[in-house]
Design a protein around this ligand. Structure first.
Ligand code: HEM
Length: 130
């Protein structure tokens, strides 16, 4: 299992998975603005949601391995990992509500969007401080 110690590999894989997972967010905002009533688009975004979930989980595993074996760390990056976990839980709640056909909870959705933007800043700043 020595390959797990290749922290650079897992850091880079994490970034790639997170990008693949979360371009869902700007893509959805842009497409909804320009094509609000397009049914095909709605179907596409529903399918993309599955990719959003899968790639975020894979990304999370990668950054956990990356952060566990890496030599340097700081409190800002730990906060970053906490945010990633937090978003995973919130995502799970949103998905659960959706699949149970419960009313959408806009507050959770808004918090998720805000934490997401803060998280990007935290991860970049944390790495800059190493
Ligand atoms: C680190 C992990 C995660 C991050 C960074 C993340 C990020 C986000 C962001 C930024 C949004 C808002 C997108 C928008 O405005 O439409 C979102 C929405 C959502 N996420 Fe995630 N998410 C993560 C994990 C998950 C997981 C694990 C699940 C499900 C098990 C999930 C399910 C959802 C759902 C259902 C929505 C609402 C989609 C909609 O109503 O269109 N997310 N997520």
């Amino acid at each position: 299992m020595g390959f797990l110690r290749n922290t650079e590999l897992f850091g880079n894989l994490g970034v790639l998975f997170f990008i693949a997972a979360n371009i869902y967010y700007p893509a959805k905002m842009i497409l909804k603005y320009y094509l609000p009533d397009n049914i095909e688009l709605k179907n596409f975004l529903n399918n993309y949601l599955q990719a959003h979930i899968m790639f975020n989980m894979l990304g999370l595993w990668c950054i956990l391995i990356h952060g566990h074996f890496v030599d340097e760390r700081n409190v800002i990056l730990r906060i970053g990992v906490f945010f990633a976990f937090f978003m995973m839980v919130m995502g799970g709640v949103m998905y659960y509500r959706r699949s149970k056909d419960l009313e959408r909870a806009p507050i959770i959705h808004s918090i998720q969007q805000m934490v997401f933007l803060v998280w990007i800043v935290v991860v970049i700043a944390g790495h800059g401080m190493l």
